[in-house]
Design a protein around this ligand. Sequence first.
Ligand SMILES: Nc1ncnc2c1ncn2[C@@H]1O[C@H](COP(=O)(O)OP(=O)(O)O)[C@@H](O)[C@H]1O
Ligand SMILES: [Mg+2]
Length: 425
Amino acid sequence: MSEDELWLWHGGQQVAVLTSDGLGGAALRYTPEARSWGSFLSVRLPVREESYPWVQCRDFLDGLLPEDSVRSQLAVKERIPGHDTFLMLKAYGRDCAGAVQVLPPGQNPESSPQDTRWLNDGELQQAITSLPSAPLGTSIDQNVRVSLGGLQGKLLVVRRGEVLGVPLDGTPTTHILKPALLNEDGSEVWPSIAQLELLGLSLVGASVAAPQKKRQIAARAEMLTIQGRNAILVERFDRRIVDGRVIRIHQEDMCQALGSRNKYQKTAERLPSLQAIAEVLWENSASPVVERNLLARYLVANLAIGNCDMHARNIGILIDKNTVQLTPAYDVVPTATWKQHDTELSLHVGGELLLEDLTRGQILDELISWGMPLKLATANMDLVLSSLRKELPRVVEASEKEGWHTDEIDVATRGINERIVRFSG
Ligand SMILES: Nc1ncnc2c1ncn2[C@@H]1O[C@H](COP(=O)(O)OP(=O)(O)O)[C@@H](O)[C@H]1O
Ligand SMILES: [Mg+2]
C-alpha cells in the first residue's frame, strides 16, 4: 500500500488514483475501469489513458476543499500544511461536494464503517459554537472527515426526522447547516443572514420557471433556531435517498469547470466571467439552449433580488453520463440589503461592476454576449421580473406566517421592488 497514493471513488466504483508529487500537489490518473464509466469527474478532466499533471487537475482537487481560513483551520487541527492539497484530501476527503470520495488505497466505500453521531440540543449548540476553530463539525468526533467549499462557518449533517447528526468516516451528509455568524456582543455580523438566504432561495424557486416539470430550481431550506441562534438548514441536492440509502450525485462548481483559481472577476483577467460560464454549459450539456436560458433566468433573479455574491463557486453543475446541467440555485443572499456590504458584482454584467449602476441594457448586453438572440434575452428577463413582482408579496407573507420575518426582509423587499422597476425598463 503506497503512502503517496489516494483512491478516488464515485459511487461504488474506483475511478481514479491520485499520486502525490511530494510538494502538496498530485497527478490524477483514471483507472482502466473508468474507461467504461461513461462519465467524468470534471468537464476539464475527460476520461483518458494518460494521467493529468497537477497543473491540470489542481483546480478540481482544490475545489473539493474549503476555502481560506476554513481550510487553514482544518489543516491546523490535523497538523498538516494548509497548502498541501494531497494531505488535506487524505484527511478530509471522505464526504465532499458531489459524488467523489477520497480514500486510502485498499479501502472502499462499502468496507469503511458508516455511522452517524446523533446530537442532542446541547451537543448541537456546542458544535456550532466551536465552528470558528473546528470547522464542519470536526470538534465533535475525530472521525468526522468531511469537506465542502465556501467561507461561512457551517456544519455538514445527516438528518433523521427532527434529529441532526454528524457523519463518521464515509457516511454521506444530507444537509448543510449554516448558523449566523456572531459578533462578540452576540449580535449577528450580517443581520438576519439566515432569514435573508431563505428569502433569496424562496424567491428564486418561485420566480424562475422550471424548464422541465420535475426540475428543482433552488435548494430547499428552512429556518432553525438553536438555543437562540438563527441558522438555515439547506437540503443537499447532490444527495438522494433511494431505498433508504443515501446516494451521492456528482457536481462541480464553475471555478472547477473553468479551471479558475479566482471566484471573483477582476477586470484584468479573463476568468471567471459569466460569458465563460455560459460557454461551459453550451459545450457540455445535452440541452444547451435550455441550460443557457436557465442561467440567464438565475442571473436576472439574483440581480433583482440584490445578490452581489453570485460568483463562480456559487454556480454549479451536476454531472451525469458525460453531460452536465445547472444545479439548483444555492447561496442566494440579497447582500444589497446591508448598507455595509459592498455592491461590487462578483461577476461583471454587461461590463458593469456595480449593482446600483446596473441597467436593463447592460443585462441584455450580457445575455447577448453569450450568443442569445435579443428577443429571447428580453423574454427571459421579463419572465423572471414579472413573476418576481407577483411572488415577492407571497413569499414575504409566508415569512410572516412561518415566523421568520424580520426588519431586514422589509429592507430587502424595498430594494427588490426598486430593481424590478429599474430592470423592467
Ligand atoms: N444545497 C446544496 N446541495 C449540495 N451542495 C451545496 C448546496 N449548497 C451549497 N453547496 C456546495 O457547498 C458549497 C458551500 O456552500 P455555500 O452555501 O455556498 O456556503 P458559503 O456561504 O460558505 O459560500 C458550495 O460552493 C457548493 O459547492
Ligand atoms: Mg458560497
